[in-house]
Unconditional design. Structure first.
Length: 295
């Protein structure tokens, strides 16, 4: 049991020195207990004491441990708390700055990336060499699951838009996790289904709606996935450029500029440097032919 504990601590990236100190403390506890030391002395050296807490490396706790909520629709939000904690313990945590490529398109690799904090963008290379923005992913989202399950090359590139923290999970561990937690496997299927539906809706929008309605539909959806309530409306805190919005909507940058100008004139949105504030979400939904549950 003791060996398993220490192996687990090393897996969680405890330094060898911290593990050695823990071994010394554990041996000291056993010696004191064997010699009949006082209860007070034993309590000072128990694993739950202040001395134990000071040995732990100083790192930010996952949001699950700090009582935070995961964004709606993300994979972690879909899971029950015990299953969520199990998944968070599977991988090796990494912290990276903005502009870091987490997954490279075309590379044959199969690990998964579980985002814990930060915003990432999913892009793919077009035949003419340009990069198309496919979607955005936030803390709680799982990326790279397709290659992990079918062993095919990566279909897109994942890049951090700001400082991010994530876990790298090996495919064999993830598959074993799915076998042990069938509900998580069902939620994974539901997540993939939702992403496929989103992609299909974008294709339909490109052929069925004018640019202004496409922009309204995309902004309304971003309100749900990346919006927060502000004093003047719902603020979309995604650093989304007009070229990014153009690739999502399947329109030229000039058309996007015109559509945003019209939406500002209508009093539906305000735009600032890479930020959009939705002032009238019900009217924006109505303009985009969206029901309340559609976006």
């Amino acid at each position: 049991m003791r060996t398993n504990l220490f192996e687990l601590l090393l897996t969680l990236e405890w330094s060898p020195m911290a593990v050695l100190v823990l071994i010394a403390v554990r041996l000291l506890v056993e010696i004191v207990a064997a010699t009949g030391a006082s209860r007070c002395a034993q309590e000072r050296l128990r694993f739950g004491s202040c001395q134990w807490r000071r040995l732990r490396p100083q790192m930010r706790r996952p949001r699950e441990l700090s009582g935070g909520e995961w964004p709606y629709g993300t994979f972690l939000q879909r899971l029950a708390p015990p299953v969520r904690m199990t998944l968070l313990a599977l991988g090796v945590r990494r912290q990276v700055p903005a502009g870091q490529i987490v997954i490279h398109e075309g590379i044959r690799e199969s690990h998964l990336v579980l985002l814990e904090e930060g915003l990432t963008k999913i892009t793919a290379t077009l035949p003419d060499g340009r990069s198309a923005l496919l979607s955005l992913r936030v803390g709680g989202d799982l990326v790279g699951e397709m290659s992990a399950l079918n062993n095919a090359p990566r279909s897109a590139t994942v890049t951090t838009c700001g400082p991010a923290r994530y876990s790298v999970i090996q495919p064999d561990r993830f598959k074993r996790f799915l076998k042990d937690h069938p509900d998580a496997a069902l939620e994974l299927a539901a997540m993939v289904s939702d992403r496929l539906r989103w992609s299909n809706r974008r294709r339909i929008d490109f052929t069925s709606y004018p640019v202004k309605l496409r922009v309204a539909r995309v902004i309304a959806e971003l309100c749900r996935t990346h919006g927060r309530q502000g004093p003047d409306g719902i603020i979309i805190d995604v650093r989304l450029t007009q070229p990014d919005l153009a690739t999502i909507c399947g329109a030229s940058e000039t058309s996007i500029q015109k559509a945003l100008r019209e939406l500002r004139t209508d009093g539906l949105v305000d735009t600032d440097y890479r930020r959009i504030t939705v002032r009238d979400l019900p009217s924006l939904r109505k303009l985009g032919n969206l029901e309340s549950s559609d976006d």
